[in-house]
Design a binder for this molecule. Structure first.
Ligand code: NDP
Length: 296
């Protein structure tokens, strides 16, 4: 049998969704219906699936969603106009630009056009800057979900040695900043590793918490980990063909779960949390814009 506890992301995500649904009800009694706009400008079938999932998640908790789909050969100006319209639309509280956008548009420029007060993905440079300076408004959904999982798993973050494997703008960097900030659910000592890190195993082996977001199947194995640690596996890698096709993480679950104290599964760990946190950010955007006070 495995020695590690399994951290159930589906269960924690269900709790988050329940709280969000209650918040939506409170907002509605104050006359506010939260609204999320999704913008798709890509032929990528995975992106289409993600957008559909996000809309369904919204419907489940009472958030209205509006979807705008642009032809991939439309001029960039059309995308920018769409964003401006959504920025100005009082029924829209959150705007999500589904990435990757088609190659012909300047993605960073598009993300900069989103009203920072509606930037529920937390990718606008103003929101990135606020996170880094310790005054966060919207934090990207995956790091936010990981922090919540660690808290729910009973990890004492203040003073913990956290090793983050991966330095992407989407996961690694914002997570490192979030856990480095001051606060009861933070105050960690954070090390960020990447592909040029000299001796990855030396870092992961001495950590209390290891978060792996590298996009490399089973990069981190049990041998690189220690007992007493908690492992969060962010990776989603499709391997195999046909009936053998399955999703695996960036951690070798078999060997890691023999060594560590607690670990997230793939699927069913970080993925559901990312989706739930988008809903949470959207209701917070609605509350702020309507000037309604919420308990967090
Ligand atoms: P990126 O490809 O943007 O970043 C990967 C990072 O890992 C880079 O910083 C890279 O280093 C580092 N890295 C790559 N190989 C190694 C190695 N051998 N040793 C140490 N570090 C390494 O990926 P993302 O952050 O966007 O995503 C990471 C994974 O998480 C993917 O599998 C993705 O599918 C998944 N994901 C899951 C989400 C969820 O909700 N569960 C949400 C977002 C992503 P360098 O910078 O030097 O290249």
């Amino acid at each position: 049998a495995d020695r590690a506890d399994v951290i159930d992301g589906e269960a924690v995500a269900a709790q988050v969704r329940e709280t969000v649904a209650e918040t939506v009800e409170r907002l509605q009694s104050a006359g506010v219906t939260p609204g999320l706009a999704t913008v798709l400008m890509s032929d990528d079938p995975a992106s289409e699936t993600y957008v559909r999932m996000k809309q369904r998640d919204c419907a489940d908790v009472g958030i209205e969603s509006r979807h705008v789909e642009l032809d991939t050969d439309a001029p960039q100006s059309e995308l920018f106009e769409t964003i401006e319209e959504l920025n100005d639309d009082p029924a829209i509280d959150g705007i999500l630009i589904q990435r990757p956008l088609t190659d012909s548009v300047d993605e960073p420029a598009a993300l900069r056009r989103v009203d920072p007060a509606k930037d529920v993905d937390g990718f606008h440079p103003e929101n990135v800057g606020r996170l880094v300076t310790g005054d966060p408004r919207f934090v990207p959904c995956t790091p936010l979900g990981i922090q919540r999982l660690l808290v729910e798993a009973g990890v004492e973050l203040p003073g913990a040695d956290v090793v983050v494997v991966g330095r992407s703008e989407l996961v690694g960097k914002p997570l490192a900043n979030l856990l480095l900030n001051r606060g009861d659910d933070a105050d960690a000592t954070v090390t960020v590793c990447h592909s040029k890190t000299d001796d990855l195993a030396a870092h992961t082996a001495r950590a209390d918490v290891v978060v792996v977001a590298a996009g490399v199947p089973e990069l981190v194995t049990g041998e690189m980990l220690s007992s007493g640690s908690t492992v969060i596996d962010v990776g989603i890698n499709a391997v195999g063909e046909g009936d053998d096709r399955k999703l695996i993480g960036d951690v070798d679950y078999e060997s890691a779960s023999q060594v560590v104290d607690a670990i997230t599964p793939v699927p069913g760990g970080v993925g559901p949390m990312t989706r739930a946190m988008l809903l949470k950010n959207t209701v917070q955007a609605a509350a702020r814009q309507a000037d309604v006070e919420l308990e967090t």
